[in-house]
Design a protein around this ligand. Structure first.
Ligand code: HEM
Length: 555
């Protein structure tokens, strides 16, 4: 399966058609917010320009795809991992590879994600004016010790926020519980929808977009929000598509539709949280377990902190309550759909039997497919450590994450020996690294081909004559795979996402006989003459086609 290497290219995502205009215009304005910086000595190579100071911006604004294609080509031909461009008067560096990305991912580094996270936060959880000002005023960083020179600032909201993410979302105990609550709901839903032995047709993306989304949201948020707002998933789906047009697009009066969609969703969350908290008995809330009103410990602790120590407005708290669902929904759900679709349609005939074998080996004895109450499914550590399953997951993220890691230089610094002036922007567009031929291409399998085998290393044969394979993600060079970013803001949902993606693939492979019917257009009916390509995106692009499969639940 060969992908068009530049499907991803609209910089912060493969954003097409009308949205492209909004995105490009927005990026231009976004860049204009910043000061002019330059340094002609010992600078990294610069992308050639016909009109000094202007042509990169014009080129990018009129054809971002061609612009970034040219940037990547230049970087490859000059064998450089850093390139200088200028957007809207701002000095921007495009980087990839270990040497150039490490400074971005180092804690306490001079590279900060603060402004970027602030903008996303503003858009996604719509804090009140007062809370927004408090968040913006906290420039003390996320480490226990404040950034030097900011010791006088006492209102340290970000360090507390960071603590909640690392304690209740990333830590294995809570991640594993979240995954268990998700799979309990998801497998029960499947058992209800797919009777034993009755072949049923299903569209993978459509199905997961509805049911995976809802089951994960219930695991995180509780059931209460779904009773209060039966249209929650629809509202979430619309709000999700509004994030980039709001973050990067023109103001509300020129761009009302995405703002309305985002506001509708925030209103649902706010109404729910205000009502739910009125009668909520904190003393009776489980310490570590799930409860129907506020769901998981992560959400409960977030709300508890917002109300008490954080002293945030209920509107801000409600936004925080709902906001991770757009991370989950925009990223894990399409990543799961791509993983399953890739596994089922990959021309490498070794792939599917090996995936099935590994999934079956990790099934727990009491999780027989004929049970209507599935309970626990897999020995998760064994499943997540299986080489072919990991390789398929890693290869899918390599090809389908379209995000750009964005950092600002908070002080003068260096990257790979090059001086970077305070105020410059450094971007590591994930696809630039993930599609890099020097890092990923091997003879017969270019970087833009889905080929999980590239992540497997052979260490001879086993006693029963099978190849001994281990999973390794380094490619030909280190620092070219970072779908979850890095450093203090590295995605805290990554361990949950990995369980969700690999677990769902393994679940379909072990519980069903699957037969591919074919690719269809978004209407779900008309056959497509091609496989899916990358469509709309936040961090992981959505498929622009769906895969129809016929599945029969096994006894
Ligand atoms: C395949 C799935 C996912 C991908 C590819 C992904 C990717 C990313 C990336 C690239 C970042 C920015 C990292 C940086 O700046 O260095 C990020 C941040 C974040 N992600 Fe994810 N993500 C995924 C799933 C999730 C899930 C399931 C959740 C939670 C439910 C989540 C919650 C977050 C949060 C809260 C942040 C901001 C972290 C902070 O402010 O420190 N993500 N994610």
């Amino acid at each position: 399966m060969v992908f068009d290497a530049f499907e991803w290219v609209a910089f912060l995502g493969g954003w097409y058609n009308a949205r492209t205009a909004i995105l490009i215009g927005g990026l231009f304005l976004f860049s204009l917010r910043f000061m002019f910086h330059g340094n002609k000595y010992n600078q990294p190579p610069k992308l050639a320009e016909t009109i000094p100071f202007l042509s990169h911006t014009i080129e990018f604004a009129t054809n971002p795809e061609a612009f970034l294609k040219r940037a990547l080509k230049t970087m490859q031909s000059l064998n450089t991992d850093i390139l200088r461009i200028r957007l809207g008067g701002r000095q921007v560096y495009l980087v990839m590879g270990e040497t150039m990305t490490n400074p971005l991912f180092r804690p306490n580094s001079r590279m900060t994600a603060r402004r970027f996270i602030e903008i996303l936060t503003e858009v996604m959880f719509g804090p009140t004016k007062k809370d927004r000002a408090r968040l913006a005023a906290d420039i003390t960083g996320r480490a226990r010790e404040p950034v030097p020179g900011t010791e006088h600032i006492e209102d340290r909201l970000w360090v507390k926020w960071h603590h909640l993410l690392s304690e209740y979302l990333s830590r294995p105990k809570y991640t594993n519980d979240l995954a268990r609550w998700f799979f309990d709901r998801f497998t029960t839903r499947i058992a209800e929808l797919f009777p034993l032995e009755k072949p049923t047709e299903m569209l993978i993306w459509e199905f997961l977009h509805q049911h995976q989304t809802e089951c994960a949201a219930r695991a995180f948020l509780g059931d209460g929000i779904f009773e209060a707002a039966p249209d929650y998933i629809d509202a979430l789906a619309e709000a999700e598509l509004a994030i980039i047009p709001i973050a990067l697009g023109p103001p509300r009066w020129l761009n009302p539709k995405p703002h309305r969609a985002r506001d509708r969703w925030l209103d649902i969350n706010r109404r729910y949280i205000s009502n739910a908290l009125r009668g909520y008995n904190w003393a009776a809330a489980p310490t570590d377990g799930w409860d129907p009103v506020l769901g998981s410990p992560y959400i409960r602790e977030l709300v508890r902190w917002g109300l008490n120590a954080g002293d945030l407005d209920i509107q801000t708290i409600a936004g925080m309550y709902g906001q991770h669902m757009s991370n989950q929904n925009s990223n894990s759900v399409p990543a799961t759909a791509w993983t399953i679709m890739n596994a089922l349609t990959c021309p490498d005939s070794d792939l599917l039997p090996n995936l099935r074998r590994e999934a079956e080996a990790a099934l727990l004895p009491d999780s027989h497919p004929s049970k209507s109450d599935p309970g626990s499914l897999f020995d998760m550590p064994a499943l997540l450590g299986s080489p072919w399953l990991q390789a398929t997951y890693a290869e899918t993220l390599r090809l389908r994450v379209t995000f750009s890691i964005v950092r600002d230089a908070s002080r003068d610094t260096t990257i790979g020996g090059f001086p970077i002036k305070r105020g410059a922007m450094v971007q590591a567009p994930i696809p630039l690294a993930h599609f890099n031929e020097a890092a990923w291409g091997v003879p017969g399998h270019p970087a833009d081909e889905f080929w999980p085998r590239r992540h497997l290393q052979s260490s001879g044969m086993t006693a029963d004559g099978k190849e001994n394979l281990t999973f390794a993600i380094s490619g030909q060079r280190a620092g070219y795979w970072f779908p979850y970013g890095g450093g203090p803001t590295m995605c805290p949902g990554r361990n949950f996402a990995k369980q969700e993606i690999i677990g769902t693939l393994a679940f379909f492979l072990t519980w069903f006989d699957l037969e591919v019917v074919g690719w269809v257009l978004p209407d779900g009916k008309t056959p497509s003459d091609r496989e899916a390509r990358s469509g709309e995106t936040f961090a992981v692009c959505r498929p622009d086609r769906d895969l129809k499969v016929r599945l029969t639940r096994k006894r």
